[in-house]
Design a binder for this molecule. Sequence first.
Ligand SMILES: Nc1nc2c(c(=O)[nH]1)N[C@H]1C(S)=C(S)[C@@H](COP(=O)(O)O)O[C@H]1N2
Ligand SMILES: [Mo]
Length: 321
Amino acid sequence: MLIKRTRGWELPERLATPESSYLKRRDLVRAMGLGAAALALPSAVMAQDKTAPDPSAGLYPAKRNDKYGVPTPMTAERQATTYNNFYEFGTDKSIWREAQKLDVRPWTIKVGGMVEKPFEVGIDDLLAKMPLEERVYRHRCVETWSMIVPWSGFPVRSLVEFCKPLGSAKYVVMKTLSKPSVMREQRDLLYPWPYTEGLAMDEAMNDLAFIATGLYGKPIPKQNGAPLRLVAPWKYGFKNVKSIVSIDFTDKRPVSFWEKLQSSEYGFWANVNPEVPHPRWSQATEKPLGSDARIPTLLYNGYAEFVSGLYTDRKAEKLFI
Ligand SMILES: Nc1nc2c(c(=O)[nH]1)N[C@H]1C(S)=C(S)[C@@H](COP(=O)(O)O)O[C@H]1N2
Ligand SMILES: [Mo]
């Protein structure tokens, strides 16, 4: 236990694994003669649909909503679906294949806490009730890689209204599935599983806050958080909890997964700000997946006009960590 405990200190370092070292690792795998499968990535990703057809496949592509802009250039699908953070399946970026072991049907979401009446809902029943649309959003990981992808899904606001929270609720808390038999990293009890994230109610009701159930006009791949994940594009990527199984309303601010591990580096608000460095690296620029050149990072990840009003009365908070 004591030896493992030091790993806790190493975690934030591993979180920051740059894309370049991941790519080098892949070159190495290829050089060792194991690369054929790695080279056939896109078809392998698509192959999952053939064995178990996704009952929601017919819902996509959804009509695009361009009210919040359509940033360019779009990241290649192959990049966004083979370079991922999903620690439940492993701590490096190449977990997409391991994540195929996740069963996403049946999938039940539990709604509880400060609501009129707790209930459960299956993902396909939920999808039938929600107003599906596509949005092209920027995504900015705290590690400084970024992407621009077309999510399909529905506003968090629609989900909140469906859950009927009490007026006294101040936060919505979402958690990832617990399943150590499949999510092997969950056997490492030094992490505060299950992955937990939350938004203040006014953030959740903001137009931009989104639940993604699709990606690139298809059901969302497992590695990207199937069958539903949060997308709050003005915040660092770690807020965007994947493979959600519970939604709770509370009047106490939740402590999220990364905040529990290292609260000096990862906080509750986690809004993107190029002028506020991470304690160990600058946040001024970012590297789009698939590109060699770094580009400037934008305040609130380019979404200030939609969200800065949320924070005018919260200036005393650590808004950008
Ligand atoms: N359950 C869970 N959700 C998670 C993570 C994780 O490790 N586990 N990683 C987060 C981080 S750090 C980022 S940047 C995004 C990555 O999403 P993507 O793999 O779809 O690009 O997922 C977020 N959601
Ligand atoms: Mo991230």
